[in-house]
Design a protein. Sequence first.
Length: 324
Amino acid sequence: MKSLLYRSGTGVQSGVSLTDLAEKKNREEVSFWIDVGSEDFGPDAVKEVGDIMDFHPLTVEDILTRESRPIVDAFEDYLYILASSLSSEFSIGELETRQLSIILGNNYVITFHRKDINAIDRATDRFLANPDNYFGRGPDHIVYRILDNVVENHFPILDRIEDEINRIEDEAMEDPEEELFGDIADLRSDLIEVQRTTGPQREMAAKLARAETPYISEGRKIYFRDIQDDLARIHDLLSNYRDLIAGARDTYMNAVSNRMNEIMQTLTIVATIFIPLTFIAGIYGMNFEVMPELGWDWGYYGALGVMGLSAVGMLYYFKRKGWF
């Protein structure tokens, strides 16, 4: 577990034991942040922190529950916040959301996450670079900075999604390969995955912005409203991208349909040209004894000539009609 203990005037101390930090709960002269990350996260670790820090059993249960919705729960001694962060790497069909649990107390913040979260790493670097500006402004400011980083991480991913949508649209117009339809389906699943958590996170930010709780100061609520505005913007972008990917799918289907129509048109023209040729060959393939043309010296070549003229004439007619 990573731990940072801040005392005004002396800076930040790292590596403080969990027991020592628990003894400093609710002391105004210090504040601290504990991060239980991917290397340490597990039922035993979470329960140990919960026992020492005196968490409610429901909080421990929520931290360990997978695929939960973003929420804000107020308890007697702390505020529990569950947020969702996007993975920093993006590839079509492999986008995942990662749960981030945050405990906000009078003078402390504790975070839990099963997998690495880029927002936590960025926040740690910034806190260590300027501790007075972060720790010195209260634990609610630390929570704001973490959540702000979580939300800001959406925008590079959304930019990548937009680039992929544009690529799919271009390829659907030029060369609609079969693999492209799989990309469209996977990208649509990615959008649904992001949208699944965006709505609840807007509600979460709205609750923090108007929360009547001693753990969030009045001056800090406007910052959470800013996060709410960013999430509203993300929601609008997701709606636009959903329409764009639906348009890309329609473009792909139309392009495939047009290609099929061109193939069918070509096959129809070829079949139509061979209809009179087959008719002529069928007539002179009959086994009647009295057929004057069969006795002609140039009958065979004449039949071939009529067939050739028929084919050329039909090709000329189709060309004039603009059928190919």
